[in-house]
Design a protein around this ligand. Sequence first.
Ligand code: ATR
Length: 284
Amino acid sequence: MIKAAGVMGFPISHSLSPRLHGYWIKKYGLEATYVAWEVPPERLAAKLKNLPDLLGENGELFRGTNLTIPLKEKALEIVDIVEEDARAIGAINTVVVEGDGLLIGRNTDGIGFIDSLAEKIDVADFKGKTALVLGAGGAAKAIVFALIKMGFAKILITNRTRTRAEELADHLTDGTEVLDWDERESVLSQVSLVVNTTSLGMKGQPALEMSLQGLKAGAVVTDIVYTPLKTGLLLEAEKNGFVAVDGLGMLLHQAKAGFEAWFGVRPEVDADLREFVLQGLADK
Ligand code: ATR
């Protein structure tokens, strides 16, 4: 039986997931397909619940789906079983259809973030250290969760709208502290990892105003924005001699667990995949 999976979002045309999974399907010679669905939030429950019975154009059986903005939180309420990490984050990005038709909800964004950093540095070195998270939206939840998993002793969260940072810190309490947005540069001397989870610095968005002058020696700077790949923040990091990790890695690494669960092959993230996905980005 040909296996299939997809990605649901609203809109969906921007998604690089079909290109990414399509690359792996070809690379590993699988008889499988991966499709994109534009699903308005109010149609999500019907669409997800129908997944186990859905047949693709060539009779494929759907093994699951990815979820992207703005469906990740809502999907958590719909699936039959929510894995522990996803429950803690409060959102799911991956659904796996079990043999009995049950829908399992997972969140692989946190582990994708960790795996992306681990490509460049030894993440075990962060144990007991301090991180600074810029932003408190959907992406920040999975990242703060990942930082707790990595063993950071202190996670400073700052957001333009302070109440959102407070809500996030109340939800994921281990070591989290909230700072005013204007204080973001004043704490840099104690920070070993800076993460931008805001949309600032993205193509078409305002720049992220942030000097890294006072940042602790040997610190790492990462951005979840990947258009452009080298954001102003990452350029500033490199200019000052810090390790910079771009946002594309998280997108690539979060996809591994779903692919493995649906199609039975643990895929690899390598330079060729990166290049191929980047080309897709240039075409968008
Ligand atoms: P996502 O779910 O992708 O994280 P989001 O929930 O809209 O998207 O979050 C976007 C983040 O970028 C938020 O932290 C947002 O700050 P607010 O909570 O104050 O809206 C941040 N952001 C967007 N535009 C910003 C700006 N001009 N200045 C500062 N922060 C900004």
